[in-house]
Design a binder for this molecule. Structure first.
Ligand SMILES: [Zn+2]
Length: 289
């Protein structure tokens, strides 16, 4: 993708949710977030104690078994650990096969982590089930996939990209809603990974929180589950499909927690025109026991 291509195009609509059909407890959409896959070219390689390829296969079969009605899969970065083209090919084939041979029929969208190269992702993740779109819409929900990859392992959202995000938010009607995804954590988690935080995260949050449409931010990178508030915005960290890190440690410590992923249920909009407060977004982490 040439650098001058816009990050966001006009929104791509997700189809009517599968769970909406004939279901009184319907949602506008069920989204699945997976993050921090840390794959290698070699399927036997381990990241610390974890075989990241096997852990991903287990996560995908858990999703197919428990959330076959999901409407989209959102990958929030750190696909690769060894930075090889073969690791991206491995994910491309794995997801295509997993989706083809299971009951999952859903688009896969993505954004980069600090370990990723956007060019390699564009090269491998564009044909179905992958989509390169970074702006999705379903009912009155606007889903933005933002790029927090900087020039170091820490995160940075460029001035230009911040303007693109604000440009999209400006166009969202006041009675509609936005959720944002990025790789890095925008606020400290009080742990080792704060060394690699989204360095301009608090300024970015201040900017996007000017828009009451923004309801939640979901990220990865910290390899554990967190939930923090910033003004009206709920910020959720999703654990990795690979391995987890201990919380609140000054040094880097590996946790024995299992692989995990997040489920996000976007509520249907209230039909009353005067109502600007929809039901709360429901979200939870699925841990593979
Ligand atoms: Zn990361």
């Amino acid at each position: 993708m040439p650098l001058d291509d816009p990050w966001f195009n006009p929104p791509s609509s997700l189809p009517v949710s599968k769970n909406k059909q004939g279901n009184a407890n319907a949602h506008a959409a069920k989204l699945i977030q997976i993050t921090d896959l840390h794959l290698f070219a070699d399927q036997e390689s381990c990241y610390f104690h974890g075989n990241t390829y096997q852990n991903l296969l287990n996560v995908l079969s858990h999703i197919a078994q428990h959330h076959g009605d999901a409407d989209a899969l959102i990958m929030t970065g750190d696909i690769t650990q060894d930075h090889t083209t073969a690791s991206y090919q491995l994910l491309q084939q794995t997801l295509q096969q997993a989706i083809a041979k299971s009951n999952l029929a859903l688009p896969v969208v993505w954004l980069p982590g600090n370990h990723d190269e956007v060019a390699l992702m564009n090269e491998h993740f564009f044909a179905a089930p992958f989509m390169t779109e970074k702006y999705l819409k379903v009912a009155d929900w606007h889903i933005l996939l933002c790029n927090s990859k900087g020039s170091t392992p820490a995160g940075w959202i460029s001035e230009e990209h911040q303007s693109e995000i604000i440009h999209v938010l400006n166009a969202i009607p006041e009675n509609e809603h936005a959720i944002l995804f990025c790789h890095h954590h925008p606020l400290p988690i009080d742990g080792y990974l704060d060394k690699h935080i989204l360095e301009n995260g608090s300024g970015w949050l201040t900017n996007v929180s000017q828009y009451p449409q923004v309801r939640c931010i979901f990220h990865g990178h910290v390899h554990n589950e967190y939930h923090i508030n910033f003004k009206q915005i709920d910020i959720f960290a999703t654990p990795a499909t690979s391995i987890q890190f201990e919380k609140q440690t000054v040094d880097w410590q590996i946790s024995q927690l299992p692989p995990a992923y997040r489920v996000i249920l976007l509520p249907l909009s209230k039909t009353e025109a005067h109502c600007t407060q929809p039901a709360t977004i429901e979200t939870f982490v699925e841990w593979l026991a």
